[in-house]
Design a protein around this ligand. Structure first.
Ligand code: TA6
Length: 307
């Protein structure tokens, strides 16, 4: 970056793609990448490599961003796809550490941007930048990359590498907020018969009967499931398919009224218009990575008509 260039200008010079990929400062120091192609538009924050929105052509937004989202350094933006790594939820051995790990509130760097031949989708590849602060929380030598393909479908791949001499164990999730017309009419199918950890109140293990429906705070880790989930939305007359690879647990979350008020950044009735379906390695679905090995957690989101 030359002395007289802003960071966004330097990034545009190095990674911008005319009419497709551009960088801007959403707020002081908070860089956002705007992506537009014939199939979709999207926005992605450098902080946390957090996809903020994804809107396929001809559709309302599929990935939800809170109308009260705040763009401040060190605070995860409410909505989009927060990357939870190298632990999901509270750190089991130290609750003073940030929930959902530390990469979602730290700076990543762009490795590459490209237009994919054939599909015409836009690819953005990013790498997490460790710091002294993060090494104090996670002393293991490791690399983390996120590859995002934005088109008529959204594909994301989170790649963890153990570059050290000892194995480490992690949990993780792509904590995706999906936009729905009305959570009270929304159903999530694909989890029938699965056991789940019900995190609302005293943790209980239960079994899912039929579709997941919503009439209150819902916070569940479904275990031993590789299945696609379908978010059925009669209000928006669509079905969102959540496909995943490398994940054997799925988290379903809606804060409902009281928790949404406590969180304070979902906006008026925001809880009615979102549901999190998170492809995870959570609970007992931990990942132990041996030295020199890597692990891929991948998702693919698509929209279908609700017949
Ligand atoms: O994935 C569900 C969950 O663990 C909920 O318990 C709730 O805490 C949610 O994540 C959001 O967490 P955040 O730290 O982003 O407010």
């Amino acid at each position: 970056m030359s002395m007289d260039q802003t960071e966004a200008e330097a990034l545009n010079a190095q990674f911008g793609i005319e009419d497709q990929v551009s960088f801007r400062e959403q707020s002081p120091g908070f860089i956002v990448i705007d992506i537009a192609n014939a199939q979709a538009t999207a926005a992605l924050a450098l902080q946390g490599a957090q996809l903020l929105t994804w809107t396929p052509a001809g559709q309302p937004a599929v990935v939800w961003q809170s109308p009260e989202a705040r763009f401040v350094d060190g605070k995860s933006v409410r909505g989009g796809v927060p990357v939870c790594w190298p632990w999901f939820g509270a750190r089991p051995d130290d609750a003073t550490l940030p929930a959902h790990g530390f990469v979602r509130t730290a700076r990543w760097e762009v490795i590459r941007t490209a237009t994919l031949a054939g599909s015409g989708a836009t690819r953005v590849e990013l790498r997490f930048l460790h710091s002294d602060a993060t090494r104090r929380m996670w002393p293991h030598r490791s690399e983390l990359e996120l590859h995002v393909d934005i088109g008529s479908t959204l594909e994301m791949e989170l790649i963890s590498r153990n570059t050290g001499a000892e194995a480490f164990t992690m949990t993780q999730a792509l904590h995706t907020y999906f936009a729905v017309g009305d959570i009270r009419q929304t159903r999530v199918t694909g989890l029938d018969g699965c056991d789940y950890l019900d995190k609302v109140g005293e943790e209980q293990r239960r079994r899912q009967q039929g579709p997941v429906t919503f009439s209150g705070e819902t916070d569940r880790i479904y275990v031993d499931t590789d299945a696609d989930c379908l978010i059925e939305d009669p209000h928006l007359q669509r079905r969102i398919r959540v496909s995943k690879r490398g994940s054997h647990s799925t988290v379903v979350w809606n804060p409902w009224i009281e928790k949404a008020d406590r969180l304070g950044d979902l906006g008026e009735d925001g809880y009615l218009h979102m549901v999190c379906v998170e492809s995870a390695n959570a609970a007992d679905d931990r990942v132990t990575l041996e030295p020199g090995n890597e692990y891929h957690l991948a998702v693919r989101y698509s929209v279908e008509a609700l017949d």
